[in-house]
Design a protein around this ligand. Structure first.
Ligand SMILES: C[S@@+](CC[C@H](N)C(=O)[O-])C[C@H]1O[C@@H](n2cnc3c(N)ncnc32)[C@H](O)[C@@H]1O
Length: 268
């Protein structure tokens, strides 16, 4: 875990500010926020945990749906929490806590809901995290995972592509980074002891210059550029499965789609 701390760029204040700025401008994230709020089905009195809350970009709108209850956001990166704390739109029902996803500083059977957005792929030990969430949820409580997902590999070329994608992202985000598939998330939840209550797998298409507004988009362009030079068969598979790219001077035109999982597990 200490290793993960050193590697993560989220501990850097400038990175945290930049993440928050990009997140605010993403239409895809805005669409996913609505879906997350629908899936949480809040009545208003709930105690909700936002795991790896970052700057609170999802926690804040969720907290606006709460009256008597509260959203507690936990994150290991103080820089992200600080940017969230200094936000121009403070929400009374949102509190932040510094801490580790794999060792939650909460008692058993505490929360009515938990969610994690755009962070599962950063956890080195996701099974441990899923068991921690199960522990802190009340019986009947629900945990929603929202994360970009890769397609389930169909052959060895897909497997090699998945490995290369993760390798490129690890250069920025550290050795723990790993994209999951929707099936992988189902398995993670059921193996921890959850019952799958709901699944939504939206796909968002894009056709634009540059990756602005597309979560994790910047690194996808690094993947494309590297594969183009080193492995034409993997570059072609990337085009088939995810997106095409075409350089136009300084700009790169991208056209394709990425899928996201919103998967809700319920504690029996
Ligand atoms: C991409 S950001 C997402 C933040 C927020 N959920 C959002 O969607 O705006 C990923 C966050 O996960 C946090 N994180 C990664 N690993 C963690 C861990 N093991 N425990 C707590 N937080 C973690 C990072 O510090 C970072 O703030």
């Amino acid at each position: 875990m200490k290793h993960e701390h050193r590697k993560s760029p989220f501990h850097d204040h400038e990175h945290a500010v930049e993440f928050d700025r990009r997140a605010a401008k993403s239409e895809i994230r805005a669409e996913l926020e609505k879906k997350l709020i629908d899936m949480l089905a809040l009545k208003g009195e709930e105690l909700v945990l936002d795991l790896a809350t970052g700057t609170g970009r999802f926690a804040r709108p969720v907290a606006k749906h709460i009256r008597g209850g509260r959203v507690i956001g936990i994150d290991q990166a103080l820089a992200m929490l600080r940017v969230g704390h200094e936000h121009e739109d403070p929400v009374p029902g949102y509190r932040q806590v510094a801490g580790e996803a794999g060792a939650l500083p909460f008692k058993d059977d505490t929360f009515d809901r938990a969610f994690v957005s755009f962070s599962l792929h950063h956890f080195g030990r996701p099974a441990l995290v899923a068991r921690e969430i199960l522990r802190v949820l009340r019986s009947g409580g629900q945990f929603i995972i929202l994360d970009p997902v890769l397609d389930e590999p169909r052959d060895s070329l897909d497997q090699r592509l998945e490995e290369r994608i993760n390798q490129v992202f690890r250069r920025t985000h550290g050795a723990d980074f790993r994209f999951h598939s929707a099936e992988g998330i189902h398995n993670l939840l059921t193996q921890a002891g959850f019952r799958i209550a709901r699944t939504d797998l939206p796909t968002y298409s894009f056709d634009q210059d540059g990756m602005e507004g597309i979560p994790t988009g910047r690194h996808w362009l690094e993947v494309a550029e590297e594969l183009e030079g080193e492995s034409p068969d993997l570059a072609e598979r990337l085009r088939e499965r995810y997106f095409r790219w075409e350089r136009k001077g300084e700009a790169v035109h991208v056209e394709g789609s990425f899928s996201y999982a919103l998967i809700c597990g319920e504690k029996p």
